[in-house]
Write a protein that binds this ligand. Structure first.
Ligand code: NDP
Length: 327
């Protein structure tokens, strides 16, 4: 069973009473594409050993195989169900081009997709189910009612949004409040030193007024902020995978790499790695309930959770220096 790491902070998920570890672990790109069951288990165990209680997945990751791997790993690890928070996300679908089963948040899709996810995960419920994107082609009240019904049925305990606009989130909350339905409680947005606008500006008032939380993703901008791309793209990195050419282009951007290098002296001064510095920085924003880290091997998990020791060193001055370095 998890013995919480002495440095781990457990924050409320938005305005709910659910406590989530400030650093958490997700499986995008890595599970199935880069890792089979054994290394996946090693990563989850390493995160858990560091006090992580939040594990993120999505129906669409590796076409459902990521959920299947995580399901088998949870079964093998045998942790008590009450000791961790499991999340998944629905929207893109995994049933080819069927018009009702892809890129949608219609009721039919959501009701069937949650059952598929639970089956692959070998769980009776997930703690949080997210709408992985917004769907302008389904009326908001249909989506809100379906998500609320999923919660009411016990298949999820809370629901959230991912990359929705602040207006869409407010609209969903208003509908839920008006009809006494379960309202969404948290976003899942990209947030890192290179991608700050949405969390810091767009969601500012929403967070202040409703306490809406955020379980943020890509704290390393897919690894870029670790500084490892200075010498080219390593063969074993996601930047070298077929199908990730869009990412490779970003990782080869010399101007971005040069800018990121300006963070290296700050990391050196604090005695930490650039990855740890970048991850620790993401925890400073008050809207952030948890920073979902990713890793293609357990050694990265151990390094990344070492960011816990860096958080107390990040004064306002150092944070401002980091932001300034990237301008
Ligand atoms: P990061 O930005 O932290 O990128 C993780 C990747 O960076 C790793 O897989 C690894 O890639 C590399 N890396 C990690 N640690 C180190 C290190 N210490 N040194 C060097 N390289 C390192 O996070 P992700 O983009 O993976 O996102 C995290 C999670 O957020 C996902 O797993 C998923 O759960 C969630 N997410 C949600 C999205 C959404 O739309 N809601 C979208 C994307 C992610 P490699 O070794 O291959 O180079």
């Amino acid at each position: 069973m998890a013995i919480p790491h002495e440095n781990m902070e457990y924050r409320r998920l938005g305005a709910t009473g659910l406590k989530v570890s400030v650093l958490s672990f997700g499986s995008w790109v890595t599970f199935d594409t880069q890792m089979a069951d054994d290394p996946a288990l090693e990563c989850m165990q390493a995160a858990h050993d560091a006090g992580c209680n939040f594990f993120d997945n999505a129906e669409a990751y590796a076409g459902g195989k990521s959920e299947s791997i995580m399901g088998r790993v949870f079964r093998d690890l045998g942790w008590p169900r009450w000791s961790y928070v499991l999340t998944t996300k629905l929207y893109w679908g995994i049933h080819g081009n069927d018009p009702n089963m892809r890129n949608t948040l219609n009721r039919k899709y959501l009701m069937q997709a949650i059952d598929g996810s639970l089956e692959r995960l070998q769980h009776e419920f997930v703690d949080v189910v997210y709408c992985h994107r917004s769907d302008p082609n389904t009326p908001m009240h249909e989506t809100v009612r379906a998500m609320s019904d999923i919660v009411a049925s016990g298949k999820a305990l809370y629901w959230g949004t991912s990359e929705w606009s602040a207006d869409e989130i407010r609209h969903a909350i208003e509908i839920a409040d008006r009809h006494h339905l379960h309202a969404p409680v948290t976003e899942q947005s990209q947030y890192n030193l290179l991608e700050r606008r949405r969390v810091e500006r767009e969601y500012g008032r929403l967070h202040e007024e409703t306490g809406y939380g955020n379980t943020i993703w890509s704290p390393l901008a897919s690894g870029l902020l670790s500084g490892k791309y200075r010498d080219g793209i390593p063969d074993d990195s996601r930047g070298a995978l077929a199908g990730y050419e869009w990412l490779r282009e970003r990782m080869s951007d010399e101007a971005a790499i040069a800018k990121i290098e300006r963070l290296r002296p700050i990391a050196d001064r604090l005695g930490c790695s650039m990855a740890q510095l970048a991850i620790a920085w993401c925890t400073l924003h008050p809207m952030v309930s948890t920073v979902i880290t990713g890793a293609s091997r357990a050694s990265q998990v151990r390094e990344n959770f070492g960011a816990l020791d860096v958080i107390p060193q990040l004064t306002e001055d150092i944070s401002a220096e980091m932001v300034q370095a990237l301008k």
